[in-house]
Design a protein around this ligand. Structure first.
Ligand code: NAI
Length: 253
């Protein structure tokens, strides 16, 4: 079977991604700060907020893989520097540390959010951040350029643009990279989103769509992107929100 490295496996969307991949006969190597409940092939404890911890985890990973699925993330109720570190800088750091460990034909997925798709994005700031060479330089840039509003939105703008902008660089390596942008999903961090975005707003969204997403709805889209069916999809931001973005575009939401 194919072999994947998955972050965020201990909860929510990552747990379901790991479970579905295992059920399909794949090997799943888990990276999380907590222990997953799914029967993963291997688990390495990592603190994604710390690039040294990421490097140590990659060193412990044995062999080559068919994909890297960056699911782990934290909500905007956490301190801004931590949010940027886990949701954006760690994604870049881990992804780049894994390039040489991925087989040709392999695929990378970054779980972002529609919170990072409010076009036009703060593209100039995002590009400046991504122009930094290292995790630590990125963190220092953010300290000098604190972005207005919720750090979560900015971290997800960076994650989306990072995935979309790496497509050509990955062609040379025989790899693909894509982002998945969920709307609200019923996982343990939904109450944090209710806190940072307003419970009334999220209840309104649920009313319009009939329900929030289940982790399953997002996991299927993530897994599609690492299959050969998605072989010509590279540098794409796949919105998986039940139609919510259309409502935002038309001013209904
Ligand atoms: P969750 O809270 O259920 O799972 C997050 C996972 O990331 C946990 O296993 C946690 O241990 C791990 N993690 C967090 N910080 C870590 C760190 N410093 N080091 C190592 N592991 C760490 O959340 P959920 O909902 O499954 O979220 C997964 C992804 O989906 C996140 O990137 C989130 O931003 C994104 N997302 C979630 C939405 C939602 O409504 N639940 C909506 C849009 C995007």
């Amino acid at each position: 079977g194919k072999s994947f490295v998955v972050t965020g496996t201990a909860s929510g969307i990552g747990h379901v991604v790991a479970t579905k991949l295992l059920d399909a006969g794949a090997l799943v190597h888990s990276l999380d700060r907590n222990t997953p409940t799914a029967a993963v092939t291997s688990h390495i404890e990592v603190d994604l907020a710390n690039p040294r911890s990421i490097d140590a985890a990659v060193e412990q990973l044995d062999g080559e893989f068919d994909g890297l699925i960056n699911v782990a993330g934290i909500p905007g109720t956490a301190p801004g520097d931590l949010v940027l570190a886990v949701n954006a800088l760690a994604v870049r750091h881990l992804t780049e540390a894994m390039f040489e460990r991925l087989r040709s034909g392999g695929s990378i997925v970054v779980v972002s959010s529609i919170a990072g798709s409010n076009w036009p994005l703060r593209l100039e700031a995002v590009r400046d951040l991504l122009a930094t060479d290292t995790f630590d330089e990125g963190a220092a840039w953010f300290k000098d350029h604190p972005q207005e509003g919720n750090a979560y939105n900015f971290s997800k703008e960076v994650a989306t643009v990072y995935a979309m902008s790496m497509s050509l660089a990955l062609v040379e390596m025989g790899l693909r990279i894509n982002a998945v942008l969920p709307g609200p999903v019923e996982t343990p961090i939904l109450p944090d989103f209710e806190e940072s975005m307003g419970k009334d707003n999220l209840d309104g969204v649920r009313g319009l769509l009939g329900r929030h997403a289940q982790p399953d709805d997002i996991a299927d889209a993530i897994i599609f992107l690492v299959t050969d069916s998605a072989r010509w999809i590279n540098g794409h931001g796949l919105v998986v929100d039940g139609g919510l973005s259309g409502g935002i575009l038309t001013g209904v939401v």
